[in-house]
Design a protein around this ligand. Structure first.
Ligand code: NAP
Length: 265
């Protein structure tokens, strides 16, 4: 990050959720390398231990804090524990999330409920306790990982896109209010990033980028206090154009992309 964590001798603390693999893993490594002490959360404690050991050997300090973000009480409890053991959280990147494709011809409640519970409510469960402490201190940065799929309703992404659109809307509403309290809130909207999540996609992914590239762009945006942090830029630009298309043109495009049984996993 541009504002290096070791500036003025400070060991600043970053909390990253979903840090056991993919984008969160790359974010944790990049932050540790930059001098941050990283509190890393995900459900799989063994994977967090591997991350911490790898960073200790080559990059910097990562401490595991296993957490299921769908458990609001556990999320509320872990924030004071991190702050007592490591220090005040100066940056929280609420990245944990998942995806399930939905075939509109065979709808069921499950994926909609699960994705809202994890992607939307899971982020809210973490946001509330960390925002409370940041507001009390009048300082801190919080960045929430949404997706370019939150811009418009895309084929097979009716459950995923809705959960990510909800995050964008929530962050738009909260940014000025938190800003007035001295806290910077950002929303991160990646396109396709090569991770275990996208490795299972059976379709071509335009403008696919590696997770370490995404992590560096995200951290640059966070350091610049940007509201919306997108990557890769070319895909984000195209999706911004798609966002302003009138429905007639938009549906002409999306009718061409139909779900196949291969999308079901
Ligand atoms: N990859 C992309 O192309 C892309 C594009 C746009 C947005 N995103 C978003 O970026 C974020 C990271 O995606 P990714 O591709 O890196 O996914 P990933 O490789 O599947 O990693 C997801 C991470 O989230 C954690 N996680 C999942 N459910 C959790 C829960 N209930 N509680 C705590 N941690 C949980 C996972 O660890 P455990 O399983 O151990 O809990 C893992 O560390 C997600 O929010 C995703 O929607 C990804």
């Amino acid at each position: 990050m541009a504002d290096h964590a070791m500036t003025a001798g400070l060991r600043q603390v970053a909390w990253v959720t979903g840090a056991s693999r993919g984008i969160g893993y790359a974010l944790a490594c990049a932050l540790a390398e930059d001098g941050w002490v990283v509190a890393a959360s995900a459900r799989n404690a063994a994977e967090l231990d591997v991350l911490a050991a790898e960073c200790a050997a080559f990059l910097g300090e990562v401490r595991p804090y296993p957490l299921d973000i769908t458990d609001a009480e556990a999320a509320a409890a872990i924030v004071p524990i991190i702050e007592a053991e490591v220090g005040d959280i100066a940056l929280a990147i609420l990245n944990a999330g998942t995806h399930e494709p939905v075939d509109g011809r065979a709808l069921s409640v499950g994926p909609f409920r699960r994705l809202m519970e994890t992607n939307y409510m899971g982020s809210v469960n973490c946001l509330v306790p960390v925002a409370e402490r940041c507001v009390a201190r009048g300082a801190g940065r919080i960045a929430i990982v949404s997706s370019l799929a939150g811009y418009r309703g895309l084929p097979t992404a009716s459950a995923y896109g809705a959960s990510k659109a909800a995050l964008i809307n929530m962050c738009e509403a909260l940014r000025p209010e938190l800003e007035a309290a001295g806290v910077v809130l950002s929303v991160i909207t990646p396109g396709f990033v090569r991770t275990p999540l996208t490795d299972r996609n059976p379709f071509p992914m335009p403008f696919l980028i590696d997770a370490d590239v995404a992590a560096l762009r995200i951290l640059r945006g966070v350091a610049g206090n940007r509201f919306e942090i997108t990557c890769p830029r070319r895909f984000a630009f195209l999706m911004k154009l798609v966002r302003i298309l009138p429905y007639e043109l938009f549906f002409l495009l999306t009718r061409r992309v139909r779900p196949t049984r291969a999308d079901d996993n």
